[in-house]
Design a protein around this ligand. Structure first.
Ligand code: GTP
Length: 347
């Protein structure tokens, strides 16, 4: 079975981090999420991928190439204009054959694809939609199911007290190829708003099944942060390059920590990082590879992508800092999300 990864969205809610980067390439635990996603699906037996790109496509294509480095085969589709979630699936039709799994590439999850396929086969559905239960479904596509699990209705972003259930579309679909016949070509089509409701109206079987395991939509900076705190707290388990040093501290290779610097767990520090004297890193800090944390600097509840500098005595709290950004000496940043257009800029 091939996997089709939808990775072409503009990621407007996560700007400025996604201004020049496809959202699925945002690092999770110091590695692009898309790498984790492909590795996780490969573990479940999927070895052929189609990635539907659009926004800064070269950032994905140059990174993954033909997939050989990851032990998989990857091909790409691009769209002349953004075609939406279903339009992108239709556009990939020439590269698909047989049953496939389509995945929103910005969803951080540990879904059990094999059990979704089993449920799909058991029910003979045309589409099986992975579902997840959330406390507040008002920001998501909520489903109403019949007793046998078939989906009878979708409600997009309902007010909290009007939601028919707490179960939402997790953005992971097992699809029979006939679904492609139901998607019009050459225009924008939303899978949630158009394709699924029209299949249900036509009496086709659209099944809902729990994905099991962790799930979080990367959609906003706030949720992106939460994914990292879940990773540090062990609620999200991902293979990380950094070694566990005990007590919630993970450190990569060739990282130098000066005498008197303090790592406050939980904390994840990448490789080749330099942490100066009396600097404090953590709790809840994720420091990317090749970062420099200056003397007396303080980084708490923050995520720094690779090659960032927090110069002497800078203080960052609840920040997300894009690759290569330099925060000047004694600068104070609180709840900031910052990125640069050209690297080596200083704020
Ligand atoms: P926002 O602009 O913040 O809503 O983010 P987004 O553009 O990523 O949209 P959304 O979160 O609804 O997208 C869900 C998934 O589908 C993401 O993985 C997107 O990359 C992908 N996606 C959304 N629209 C398109 C599209 O037109 N083409 C392709 N190829 N992928 C898309």
């Amino acid at each position: 079975m091939k996997a089709l990864l939808l990775a072409g969205g503009f990621g407007t809610r996560m700007r400025p981090l996604t201004e020049r980067l496809p959202k699925p390439m945002a690092p999770v635990g110091n590695r692009p999420w898309l790498e984790h996603l492909i590795a996780g699906l490969k573990e479940q037996g999927i070895e052929e991928f189609v990635i539907a790109v659009k926004h800064f496509p070269e950032k994905i294509i140059e990174h993954f190439g033909d997939g050989a480095k990851w032990g998989v085969k990857i091909r790409y589709t691009n769209e002349p204009v953004p075609l939406g979630t279903a339009g992108a699936i239709k556009n990939a039709e020439p590269l698909l054959d047989g049953r496939f799994v389509a995945v929103n590439a910005d969803i951080v999850h540990r879904a059990d694809i094999r059990s979704l396929v089993r449920e799909h086969e058991r029910t003979g559905a045309l589409v099986t939609i992975g579902l997840v239960e959330v406390a507040d479904p008002s920001q998501f596509g909520v489903v109403e199911q019949a007793e046998d699990g078939r989906i009878v209705r979708f409600v997009e972003k309902p007010p909290r007290d009007e939601a028919p259930s707490n179960r939402i579309n997790a953005g992971i679909y097992i699809m029979e190829p006939e679904v492609l016949e139901a998607i019009p070509a050459g225009r924008e089509v939303s899978i949630e708003r158009e394709t699924f409701p029209s299949l249900i109206a036509a009496g086709r079987r659209v099944q809902g099944a729990d994905i099991g395991g962790y799930w979080m939509d990367m959609g906003t900076s706030e949720r992106y942060r939460r994914i990292h705190w879940d990773l540090l707290d062990g609620k999200l388990e991902l293979p990380l390059a950094e070694q566990e040093r005990g007590g919630g501290i993970r450190i990569g290779e060739d990282t130098e920590i000066a005498q008197g610097a303090m790592l406050v767990p939980p904390v994840l520090v990448g490789s080749r990082v330099k942490i100066g004297e009396r600097a404090v890193v953590g709790p809840y800090a994720v420091i990317g590879d090749d970062c420099v944390i200056g003397r007396g600097a303080r980084v708490t509840h923050s995520i720094l992508w690779d090659r960032c500098t927090a110069a002497e005595a800078a203080q960052l709290n609840r920040c997300i800092v894009g690759s290569g950004l330099k925060i000047g000496a004694r600068h104070l940043l609180h709840e900031a999300v910052v990125s640069v257009i050209t690297e080596a800029e200083t704020i």
